[in-house]
Ligand binder design. Sequence first.
Ligand code: RB5
Length: 150
Amino acid sequence: MSKVKKIGIGNDHAAVAMKEQIKEFLEEKGYQVINYGTDTNESCDYPLYGEKVGKAVAEGEVDAGVLICGTGIGISIAANKVKGVRAAVCSEPVTARLTKEHNNANIIAFGARIVGIEMAKAIVTAWLEAEYIGSGRHEARVAMIHEIEK
Ligand code: RB5
């Protein structure tokens, strides 16, 4: 992933408040954040938001994505159905860093019912500050992932 400037963010009803806090946190850090919703606590379907942010990342509308639902799992599974997406669910910063270094994850996901706001900020920060290792075995394995899409 080249330098991230513009981040797409999406969530379901379980994560509206956390989304707002993360959006503000990222904006304070100087990122441009595009909100793909939802913005109400009314029950909604997380696949819609996973797909929206997944497509925005895959089509280059944004440089990277953040997805939040109750667990982070459903919304990331949906995003991973979009060709070109590598969405990783993380509940702490070590895996968040490693998923950028090894998998070049272009979407980070987490659960608003699983992690608190400070942990969510630490996860996003670790992922954004990490660098993809790239050449060699990691690059070959990431290429293998996208071969499966064909
Ligand atoms: C919604 O109740 C919940 O299922 C959703 O936020 C998420 O946790 C799904 O993976």
